[in-house]
Design a protein around this ligand. Structure first.
Ligand code: C2E
Ligand code: MG
Ligand code: MG
Length: 579
C-alpha cells in the first residue's frame, strides 16, 4: 500500500495537495513525516510521534537522523539517498531508536516531492511500526536455528557457520579444527538421576564449553549428548590440542545436579583439521565423528585426531561386517565344542560352543578375527541368535542320544542389553528344543559396567524361568567383577585363562586364582578353570578346590561329530585325581 502511495506522491504532488495530505493523515494509523529539501522535518502526524516517542515540537525542524539506532552501516543510508535522488522513491525497513532509547523497526516508504524544475522540494515518508512482527520473525529464526535446551546453535545453524568458517580460514590461511564431542556414559546419568538432572547437565556442559572457547568459535548441540565445536583461526595443531586439553578438564569438573551429591562425566572428542583434511563441510563432520569413535575406543575422556588410516580402518570394518552378514546367510559359520570336565566326578559335564567361520577362501577363521568387529554392531544380535539356536539344536540332538551335557554359549553384550532378550530366547528354545530340561543352556557373559547391571539382572531372571543359567566368563579381568557377582544371579564363574596360565610361575597370580575360587565357593557357585594346558595345572587347581576344568589338556574345541567321537573314547587320567 505504502509503495503505491509513495509512487503517487512522487509524481502528483503540489504544495497545496501536500498540506491536504498532512491533514488527511493527522489521525491515520500509519505515521507520516514531511521534510523540506534539506531533510528537516516540517510536518509529522500523531502516529509518527507515538512510534518515535518524540513530541511534535521535538521533531519539527530536526533531521530524522536523530532517530538513528546505529544498527545500519553508513552504506545503507547512502543507498537510500541514491535511490531517492535518482528514482525519487525508496522503500524498506529501518531500525531506529525511540526517545527512551528502545530500538524499533519500521516499514517506511519515502518519496521525493519535486518542483517544476525537477529538484526535490520536500520528502514525504509514510511509516508503520513493525517491531512486533520483527520480534516474532526473530523468535522463529531462533527456534529454527538454536537448540531450545542449551540455547546453542543447532545442526542447521552449524552447517551455515561451518561453511563460513571454512571460507574465513581459507582466506586467512589459518587452521580450522572441527571437533565432535560425545559425553561418556551420559545415559547412566539420565537413568540414575532422571531426565531433569540429565538436561541440567547438558546445559551446564554447553555453558562450560562455551566459556572455555573464544567468542569467535562456535559450539553447537546436535542433539542428545553430542556437541560440535568449530575452533577457528588456529595457527598450529598444538594450539588446538591445548584448547581441547583445557576443555576435557572443565567438563570433568564435578556437577551439582541434585542436592548433596556431585556427579561426574567425561567426554570423548574427535578432531579433524581444515585444510589438512577435506574442504567439504559434510566430510569434515563425518571425519570428526569417526575420530570421536576412535577416542571412545582409546578409553574415553580423551581426544583423537582424524587420520586417513582411520577412514581405511572404518572401510575395512564395514567390508568385514558385510561379509559376516553374507556368511551368516550362506551358512559359513559352524560351532565347535570344547569339553568341560568335572575331575572329581570323572565326567564331562558340558561343552562350550565356540564359533568358527569356514571362509571359502581363507579357511577356518577363529573368533578373534571377526568377533571384536561384530560385537559393537547390530549384527551381533543376528549372529548371537544363530549361535544360541544352533547350540540348542545340537544340545537336543545329544540329549536324544542320551548324552547329558550342559551347552555353554557365549552371549554378546548387545543381545543381553536388549530388554526383549528373554522373549527372543523363549522363541529360540521353542523352535530348537521345546522340551529342554532346565539348566541345559548356560549363557556365558563377560563383565558389564555397573550401570548396566540392574537391567541385566532383569533379563537374567526372566531367562532363568525359561531354563537358562548364567556364567561369568573371564572372571577377574574387568573392574566390576565383585559387583557382577553380588548383583547378578549367576550359577558359574570361569577363571580367566590368563590367570590359569600364569598361576604355576607367579605367586601373586596363584593367590588371585585361589581368591577367585574361594569367592565362587562363598557364593555357592560352580568355579571353572579355563585354559588348562598341563597336568600340573589340574593338580594345582584341585588342591585349591577347583574341580571343573576346560582346556587343551582335556580336549580341543571340535566340530560336533568329532566331539562325539572324542567323548566316546574319553577316559579320565587317574593321575589327575590322585590328590
Ligand atoms: P572364551 O569364551 O573365553 O573361550 C575360550 C577360548 O579359549 C576359546 O578361544 C578356546 O578355544 C580357547 N582355549 C580353550 N582351551 C584353551 C587352552 O588350553 N589354552 C589356550 N591358550 N586357549 C584355550 P576361541 O574359540 O578362539 O574364542 C575366543 C573368544 O571368542 C571366546 O573366549 C569368546 O569370548 C569369543 N567367542 C567364541 N565363540 C563365540 C560365540 O559364539 N559368541 C560370542 N559372543 N563370542 C564367542
Ligand atoms: Mg566363553
Ligand atoms: Mg573365557
Amino acid at each position: 500500500m505504502s509503495e503505491m502511495l509513495g509512487k503517487f506522491l512522487a509524481t502528483e504532488m503540489s504544495a497545496d495537495r501536500l498540506t491536504q495530505l498532512v491533514q488527511l493523515f493527522q489521525h491515520a494509523h500509519v505515521g507520516l513525516v514531511v521534510t523540506d529539501a534539506d531533510a528537516n522535518i516540517t510536518e509529522v502526524n500523531d502516529t509518527a510521534c507515538a512510534i518515535s516517542g518524540y513530541s511534535r515540537q521535538q521533531l519539527i525542524g530536526r533531521n530524522p537522523s536523530i532517530l538513528k539506532s546505529g544498527q545500519h552501516e553508513e552504506a545503507f543510508y547512502r543507498e537510500m539517498w541514491a535511490a531517492l535522488n535518482q528514482a525519487g522513491f525508496w522503500n524498506g525497513e529501518i531500525c531506529n531508536r525511540r526517545l527512551d532509547g528502545i530500538l524499533f523497526h519500521e516499514q517506511i516508504s519515502i518519496a521525493a516531492v519535486r518542483g517544476a524544475d525537477g529538484l526535490a522540494t520536500h520528502y514525504v515518508a509514510i511509516l508503520s511500526d513493525i517491531s512486533r512482527r520483527h520480534a516474532v520473525e526473530e523468535q522463529m529464526r531462533r527456534v529454527a536455528q538454536y537448540d531450545p535446551l542449551t540455547g546453542l546453535p543447532n545442526r542447521l545453524l552449524l552447517a551455515d557457520r561451518l561453511e563460513r568458517a571454512i571460507a574465513v580460514n581459507r582466506r586467512a590461511e589459518t587452521l580450522l579444527a572441527v571437533c565432535f564431542l560425545d559425553l561418556d556414559g551420559f545415559k547412566h546419568i539420565n537413568d540414575t538421576l532422571g531426565h531433569e538432572a540429565g538436561d541440567n547437565m547438558l546445559k551446564e556442559v554447553g555453558d562450560r564449553i562455551h566459556s572455555a572457547l573464544r567468542s569467535s568459535d562456535t559450539v553447537a548441540r546436535l542433539g542428545g549428548d553430542e556437541f560440535v565445536m568449530l575452533l577457528s583461526g588456529m595457527v598450529s595443531e598444538d594450539e588446538c590440542c591445548m584448547t581441547l586439553d583445557r576443555l576435557l578438564k572443565v567438563i570433568a569438573e564435578p556437577y551439582a545436579l541434585i542436592a548433596d551429591t556431585l556427579s561426574e562425566i567425561s567426554a570423548s572428542i574427535g578432531v579433524t583439521i581444515f585444510p589438512a583434511d577435506s574442504e567439504d563441510a559434510d566430510t569434515l563432520l563425518r571425519h570428526a565423528d569417526q575420530a570421536m569413535y576412535a577416542a571412545k575406543h582409546a578409553g574415553k575422556n580423551c581426544y583423537q585426531l582424524f587420520d586417513v588410516r582411520m577412514e581405511q580402518r572404518i572401510q575395512a570394518r564395514q567390508d568385514t561386517l558385510r561379509r559376516v552378514a553374507r556368511a551368516l546367510r550362506t551358512e559359513q559359520f559352524e560351532l565347535h565344542y570344547q569339553p568341560k570336565l568335572d575331575i572329581r566326578q570323572g565326567k564331562v559335564i558340558g561343552a562350550e560352543a565356540l564359533i568358527r567361520w569356514n571362509h571359502p577362501v581363507l579357511g577356518s577363521l577363529s573368533p578373534s578375527e571377526f568377533i571384536p568387529l561384530v560385537e559393537d554392531d547390530e549384527l551381533a544380535i543376528a549372529l548371537g541368535e544363530w549361535v544360541i539356536s544352533e547350540a540348542l539344536r545340537q544340545g537336543r540332538a545329544w540329549h536324544e542320544q542320551g548324552l547329558d551335557l550342559v551347552i555353554s554359549v557365549n552371549a554378546f553384550a548387545k543381545q543381553l542389553q536388549r530388554p526383549n532378550f528373554a522373549e527372543v530366547l523363549a522363541r529360540l528354545i521353542e523352535e530348537a528344543w521345546p522340551a529342554m530340561p532346565a539348566g541345559r543352556l548356560m549363557l556365558e557373559i563377560v563383565e558389564h559396567s555397573p550401570s548396566e547391571l540392574e537391567s541385566m539382572e532383569e533379563v537374567i531372571l526372566a531367562s532363568h524361568k525359561l531354563g537358562a543359567r548364567f556364567s561369568l566368563d573371564d572372571f577377574g579381568t574387568g573392574h566390576s567383577s565383585l559387583s557382577c557377582l553380588r548383583l547378578l544371579t549367576v550359577d558359574e564363574i570361569k577363571i580367566y585363562q590368563g590367570f590359569v596360565h600364569d598361576m604355576l610361575d607367579d605367586v601373586e597370580t596363584a593367590a588371585l586364582v585361589e581368591g577367585v575360587i574361594g569367592l565362587g565357593q562363598a557364593f555357592g557357585l560352580q568355579v571353572v578353570a579355563e585354559g588348562v594346558e598341563s597336568d600340573a595345572h589340574i593338580v594345582r587347581l584341585l588342591e585349591l578346590g577347583c574341580n571343573v576344568v576346560q582346556g587343551y589338556r582335556i580336549g580341543y574345541p571340535l566340530p560336533a561329530r568329532e566331539f562325539e567321537q572324542w567323548l566316546a573314547s574319553f577316559s579320565i587320567n587317574p593321575a589327575w585325581s590322585k590328590t
